[in-house]
Design a protein around this ligand. Structure first.
Ligand code: GAR
Length: 210
């Protein structure tokens, strides 16, 4: 049975989508724990109500990023994860942390990377006037929102879209692609080849909003 540890900062809707898909599809997986860096993170409530160990580790209680990341690593390692899933975890991680989980640390980002890394992706996509926006699931490497891309979802930008409308359309696709990427990982179907991720047997790694 594979063990997954999830890190969140807030709402936790991606985490919820992964748990619900796992239940619906009977995955052989254990959600060993959810850790939030903000004690008020809503996603902790969902975890608790589903019998998933939930822990708040407030980054403000630590003197610096390195000290927080060390504490976080200790907590994660107690749960012996095969995969660490960043699901709206809004902190930059130290290189030590990223190296410690190399190859088993994945993230979802609300843009078609490498476009729009960082914050406010929907506002920036609207400002840039792109016609297609989206979301990406990727292995985490040592840059912000960088690393080999596992899969992406493309989403049209519609005339008159507000950032909130676009975000909602992207989130709907996030909830589809993140569970797929996690399942591929658990089934041992992903190979990192250079900066590319291949799925074996091959399957489309690009999803489109209808
Ligand atoms: C999601 O849109 C996710 O892609 C984004 O935060 C949101 C979390 O929502 N992550 C990032 O911006 C990471 N750079 P959720 O808490 O409901 O899953």
């Amino acid at each position: 049975m594979h063990s997954i540890v999830t890190l969140i900062s807030g709402r936790g809707s991606n985490f919820e989508a992964i748990v619900k898909t796992a239940q619906k599809e009977n995955w052989a997986v254990q959600f060993s724990g959810v850790i939030a860096n903000r004690p008020e993170a809503k996603g902790l409530d969902f975890a608790r109500s589903h019998g998933i160990p939930a822990l708040a580790l407030d980054h403000k209680a630590y003197p610096d990023r390195a000290a927080f990341d060390r504490a976080l690593m200790q907590q994660i390692d107690l749960l012996k994860p095969d995969l660490v899933v960043l699901a709206g975890f809004m902190r930059i991680l130290t290189p030590e942390f990223i190296r410690h989980y190399a190859g088993k640390l994945i993230n979802i980002h609300p843009s078609l990377l490498p476009s729009f890394p960082g914050l406010h992706t929907h506002e920036r996509a609207l400002e840039a006037g792109v016609e297609t926006h989206g979301a990406s699931v990727h292995f985490v490497s040592e840059g912000v929102d960088e690393g080999p891309i596992i899969c992406q979802a493309s989403v049209p930008v519609l005339p008159g879209d507000s950032a909130a409308q676009l975000a909602a359309r992207v989130l709907q696709m996030e909830h589809q692609i993140y569970p797929r990427a996690v399942k591929w990982y658990l089934d041992g179907r992903l190979r990192i080849e250079g900066n590319q991720v291949k799925v074996y047997p091959p399957e489309s790694q690009l999803f489109a909003h209808e």
